[in-house]
Design a protein around this ligand. Structure first.
Ligand code: WT7
Length: 648
């Protein structure tokens, strides 16, 4: 599809926009020339207990990287997301909860109700001994209690670490131990796509390897019979009934931690990305308002899970800070059928719908009849996030869901960035299918050659880095600041390195081409090849494993595993199934290998380094151009790999 395709903002979008094209250009220029002035003004959208006088105090200078925003400000995020709305919109719905089962009742939680629920949860946490600065792990399905728990932590100054409910007991234990959580919040079970997920049983298993946990707070969700361990396990509803329905929000310094969120890197175990208070909420609320051009009274639905950063910033914190009505959906796009998203849009009269390319591609594959059956006239804007969107999916979304009438907003960002960095502002920026377009205020993207040469001409290609700090940026990796510095600031000194490749076209538009490191993006979920490899080699029959990504029609990328077995093991179909299940058990279903190739040997250099470039090419079924193979220790290995390739 042509890069020349350009969609100007509709007349309706221009008429209502918060930011016009001219304003975007002027404000953007100001935001980078005078960040202190610009962000001091933007900070006023937040209620401070003490207004900040110091705005930006950040340096990317290696190795003394230090990121601080609004450092003498004092505030509480829960008060900003709830209390300050009570007078004007206490009776407005803050959260619409749509259950997995379409026949079950939706819940409509007003800001007044949210205040009560969060306050009670905060008091329960206090009664369990949680104090300011303590870590609380949240392992919940997409139920309102997930938002209550996050906001309750923020209310008392505890640091939450939400772990996606699809992660295995092992993965959960690792994340609990890394940040030393004394309290875990979970549910008896979760529901997803008509199935149940044994969350409490998973927690019980995880805690065998996480001895530091003292209390488990359990939501009575499906009513399943679960084991409650005497002094350790507490029912949420029982505890909440016994505490006061109000709790004073704790005054927090702008740089006090708000949450840790684990994400995959190219090496080692997942890292606990740390976000703090003041900069995060200024950035989350501003980007939520401007990227979606949110207006009071609109119903906004982001289909992500709170286990990922999108759920943090654009289901909970951004929308609630703006006094929005935000939808939490417990289910999946294909249950009970592939018309579910569109039914929910009509049911709740959604104005702004935000989802991932992988979901769009899957629904596109199901045909247009499901979309056509729906009314969808409430929709005004369609967002996409998590991975590059192919122009075909963009056009399908635009034509069939948006009926040619809705703005399409492709938002590029990362767990580490806290909020959107590159995205069109509807009503201001013309879109091109497949491009995330232009930077947000205060964001200075740069393109570098892989060797680190700054590409100054507009039209350029290379790796994507960012020149200066923005308020929503992660401050460190929990317990490992040197890993933070080496991961993001060492390769290209003086810049934040995103790990993504990109192209910038003649109009200065950014086209993200995907990761340039050993991080995979599977259906918009980040996984490190190293994590999957270490899960594979922990199986007793596996001697060695190498994992790479390959293009996958629905998932964006699929997981391709080369496995060398211990001598004497039989390489058959049964063992492939066993290994697939093994990885699911070790990490979780999202890490399930798509293709496994038995590899008697892996392509290595004479010094023993695996040549991943060759493995990627073979996995991509593009072995005509393997590049320089002269450093291979044993060239015959490659012939065997090509002959037995799995992706044909
Ligand atoms: C990686 C970050 C953004 C929050 C959810 C994912 C890829 C994300 C886009 C987009 C192209 C995208 C990048 C990025 N990515 N959004 N709109 N276009 N690529 O957060 O799990 O931290 O993953 O997702 O490769 O580095 P994450």
């Amino acid at each position: 599809m042509s890069e020349q395709l350009v969609f100007q903002p509709s007349a309706a979008a221009i008429a209502r926009t918060h930011v016009t094209k001219d304003q975007y250009e002027q404000l953007y220029a100001r935001s980078v020339s005078d960040p202190n002035g610009f962000w001091a003004e933007q900070a006023q959208r937040i209620d401070w207990m003490k207004s900040p006088t110091i705005i930006k105090n950040s340096t990317f200078q290696y190795p003394d990287v230090s990121i601080k925003w609004f450092e003498d400000g004092v505030l509480n995020i829960s008060a900003n997301c709830i209390d300050r709305h009570l007078v004007e919109r206490g009776d407005q719905v803050a959260i619409i909860w749509e259950p997995d089962d379409p026949k079950a009742e939706a819940e409509y939680i007003t800001y007044a109700k949210l205040h009560e629920k969060v306050s009670r949860c905060a008091n329960v946490l206090k009664s369990l001994g949680v104090r300011k600065g303590d870590r609380v792990t949240i392992y919940l399905p997409m139920i309102p209690q997930a938002a209550y728990a996050m906001l309750a932590c923020a209310r008392i100054g505890a640091i939450h670490s939400v772990v996606f409910g699809g992660f295995s007991p092992d993965a959960l234990a690792g994340r609990i131990n890394d940040c030393d959580s004394k309290v875990v919040i979970t549910a008896d079970e979760g529901r997803r796509g008509g199935k149940t997920v044994p969350l409490k049983a998973n927690v019980d298993k995880a805690l065998q390897d996480a001895p530091g946990v003292e209390k488990v707070l359990v939501v009575h969700n499906t009513g399943a019979d679960v084991l409650m361990k005497g002094s350790r396990d507490v029912w949420w509803h029982e505890a909440a009934a016994g505490v006061e329905p109000f709790c004073d929000p704790e005054p927090m310094n702008a740089e006090d931690p708000l949450f840790i969120l684990y994400t995959s890197g190219s090496t080692g175990k997942p890292k606990g990305v740390l976000h703090t208070t003041g900069g995060y909420i200024v950035y989350a609320s501003l980007t939520h308002q401007l990227n979606f051009d949110y207006r009071d009274g609109e119903v906004y639905w982001c289909t992500a899970d709170v286990g990922w950063v999108t759920g943090h910033t654009y289901i909970v914190y951004g929308p609630l800070a703006n006094g929005a009505t935000t939808v939490m959906f417990e289910g999946i796009p294909s249950y009970p059928d592939v018309g579910r998203f569109w039914e929910v849009v009509d049911k709740h009269k959604i104005n702004i719908f935000h989802t991932a390319p992988t979901a769009i591609r899957a629904l596109m594959g199901a045909g247009t009849e499901w979309v056509e059956k729906a009314d969808l006239s409430s929709l005004r804007l369609l967002g996409t996030v998590g991975e590059p969107i192919n122009p075909e999916a963009w056009m399908w979304y635009h034509k069939n869901v948006g009926r040619g009438r809705c703005e399409i907003v492709d938002t590029w960002w990362q767990t580490e960035t806290g909020g959107v960095l590159i995205s069109p502002l509807p009503g201001a920026i013309a879109t091109k299918p497949g491009s995330a377009t232009l930077p947000f205020f205060g964001v200075e993207p740069i393109v570098l050659s892989p060797e680190g040469r700054l590409q100054e001409q507009t039209k350029a290609e290379g790796v994507l880095a960012i020149k200066e700090s923005w308020p929503g940026q992660a401050r460190t990796i929990w317990g490992d600041h040197s890993r933070f510095v080496s991961t993001y600031f060492e390769t290209y000194k003086g810049y934040y390195f995103t790990g993504d490749g990109c192209r910038r076209d003649e109009d200065g538009y950014y086209w993200i081409t995907g990761r340039v490191d050993d991080v995979l993006n599977i259906s918009g979920h980040r996984l490190g090849t190293a994590e999957i490899e270490s899960a594979l080699v922990s199986h007793p029959k596996v001697s060695e494993a190498a994992v790479v990504g390959y293009p996958h029609d629905l998932k964006g990328q699929g997981i391709y595993c080369y496995v060398t077995l211990m001598s004497g093991e039989t390489s058959d179909e049964a063992l492939k199934i066993e290994l697939r299940n093994w990885v699911r058990k070790e990490i979780g279903p999202i890490a399930t290998p798509d293709l496994i190739q038995w590899a008697p040997g892996l392509p290595k250099t004479r010094s023993g380094k695996i040549m991943r470039r060759i493995l990627r090419k073979v996995a991509e079924n593009d072995f005509g151009s393997l590049g320089d193979t002269s450093t291979l220790a044993d060239p015959a290995v490659v012939t065997d790999l090509i002959e037995n390739r799995q992706n044909r």
